[in-house]
Design a protein around this ligand. Structure first.
Ligand code: S5P
Length: 461
């Protein structure tokens, strides 16, 4: 039977392995799937294309596609077998030429069958669906070779997409067991894993993660969070100075930081700054200037220390883009840390269709992990699973601050995307940055307290 033979072949070429494997999320898995090398086995490729074409016979579609890289050559063969045209979404959009996101010919409204090798969290499928939708295509169905049984299927179906898998991982182990390729113990390990899917190991509590040596600015912030029992950063984006101070006073008891965009204030003078610093001192909170520095080292050094704002004189924390490379950290914080200010690097943003991709996020993390003045990162995510995976790549002594949060998920008319407090916290955020959710409320003090309580109960201290 082709269906069995294909799995035995996969096993024989090492595309499915059993043992102990650490996944990207930090979860230890008793099996591992890697389809990247099957392109080197033309017979196996042909068998797979036959199996897929057979299984999708009843699905009506106009186009066939595969998610790059691994599934694209597979989809190419399926397209041949089905005699249906192939399209594919680029992984990176070219900055020259046509700038098209989807290659191949199609019409608005075409229904596309999208093939992928493995289903795990569903994240890459949702991403692909967004790209296709933006080009006017709809998804006829997603079809994967093996479903490794995480939340993926639910997410795909909850989003209203048709979904099919050639095999579940349990089908795979059954076939291998029947054909004496696997012993019973290994199969039991897999079944056990599937019945109790382990959560990505959560980080130790805040107290344990605190490291004054490797991250003094995070240690200071953690102490203050514990003291105030709050991980809320109130982002007071109000340009009227008096209104700003009134909200600051009201929310101060419930928040660990007030985040400012000093360049939107109508007035910047000693009276205003002193009033703000007095609130900060009396209510034991920090000032977080969301300046989003992004220039070369020499320029950001001036922007930080000089000019009208002299940010370095009063900001406890600032935000920094990684785009200019490590020189920006040297410019802001010096070779040795000469300032007491800590920096949050923007690793992911909450704005819809922002240009940050995974490769950029990883480079920002690599840049920040080595630097003692990097308190942590600004990050966001699709849902708790997505945030968890991202959180797993941040070391415990650095903090994750998450904007784009309200009590309920949603968004605004300018592309801001909101996660719920619960989703953000269960994903592993350490600090929540809340703007309009608090200052637009008719009672900002009560709102700040509500956010504080809703978030704090989820924080591992
Ligand atoms: O990705 C980001 C990064 C930041 S710092 N998305 C954001 O929204 N922010 C900031 O967080 C933004 O500049 C604003 O000050 C705050 C969110 O405000 P809200 O009113 O949407 O909660």
């Amino acid at each position: 039977l082709l269906r069995e033979k294909f799995i035995l072949d996969l096993f024989d070429i090492g595309a499915v392995k059993f043992g102990t494997f650490k996944l990207k999320s930090g979860i230890i898995s008793p099996f591992y799937l890697d389809f990247r090398e099957i392109v080197s086995y033309p017979e196996i490729m042909n068998d797979l294309a036959t199996l897929i074409a057979e299984s999708v016979k009843t699905i009506e579609c106009d186009q066939v596609s595969g998610i790059p890289y691994t599934a694209l050559p597979i989809a190419t063969l399926v397209s041949q077998k089905m005699r249906k045209p192939l399209i594919y979404a680029r992984k990176e959009v070219k900055s020259y030429g046509t700038g098209k996101k989807v290659e191949g010919q199609f019409k608005t409204g075409d229904r596309c069958l999208v093939i992928d090798d493995v289903m795990s969290t569903g994240e890459s499928k949702i991403e692909a669906a967004k790209v296709f939708a933006a080009s006017g295509l709809s998804i006829a169905a997603f079809v994967v070779v093996v479903d490794r049984s995480f939340a993926g299927k639910n997410i795909i179906e909850a989003n209203g997409y048709k979904y099919a898998a050639l095999y579940t991982i349990a089908d795979v182990t059954d076939i291998l067991l029947r054909n004496n390729r696997l012993d019973e113990q290994k199969v039991r390990d897999v079944h056990q894993f599937l019945q109790n899917p382990p959560q990505a190991k959560s980080l130790p509590g805040l107290r344990q993660r605190k490291s004054t040596e490797s991250n003094p600015s995070a240690a200071k912030l953690i102490d203050r969070m514990l003291e105030k029992k709050s991980n809320i950063v109130a982002s007071i984006d109000i340009s009227d100075n008096d209104q700003f101070l009134a909200v600051a006073k009201a929310v101060a008891p419930h928040v660990v930081m007030i985040k400012t965009h000093m360049d939107v204030m109508q007035r910047f003078d000693d009276a205003f700054l002193n009033a703000l610093l007095t609130i900060a001192k009396n209510q034991r909170l920090f000032i977080f200037e969301d300046r989003k520095f992004a220039d070369i080292g020499n320029t950001v050094r001036m922007q930080f220390h000089e000019g009208i704002y002299k940010i370095a004189d009063w900001a406890d924390y600032i935000t920094v883009h990684g785009v200019a490379g490590p020189g920006i950290l040297a410019g802001l914080f010096g070779e040795q840390q000469k300032t007491k200010t800590g920096g949050f690097l923007l690793a992911r943003m909450s704005a819809k269709d922002n240009l940050i991709d995974n490769a950029y996020t990883e480079k920002v993390l690599a840049m920040g992990i080595k630097h003692p003045a990097v308190t942590g990162y600004i990050g966001h995510g699709l849902n708790r699973e997505d945030i968890r995976k991202f959180r797993a790549s941040i070391p415990g002594h650095q903090l994750l601050a998450m904007p784009g949060v309200q009590l309920k998920a949603g968004g605004d008319e300018l592309g801001q995307q909101y996660l719920s407090v619960e989703e953000a916290m269960l994903g592993g955020a350490d600090l929540l940055i809340v703007g309009r959710g608090i200052y637009r409320s008719s009672d900002p003090a009560a709102a700040a307290e509500e956010y504080k309580n809703a978030a704090w109960q989820h924080l591992q201290i």
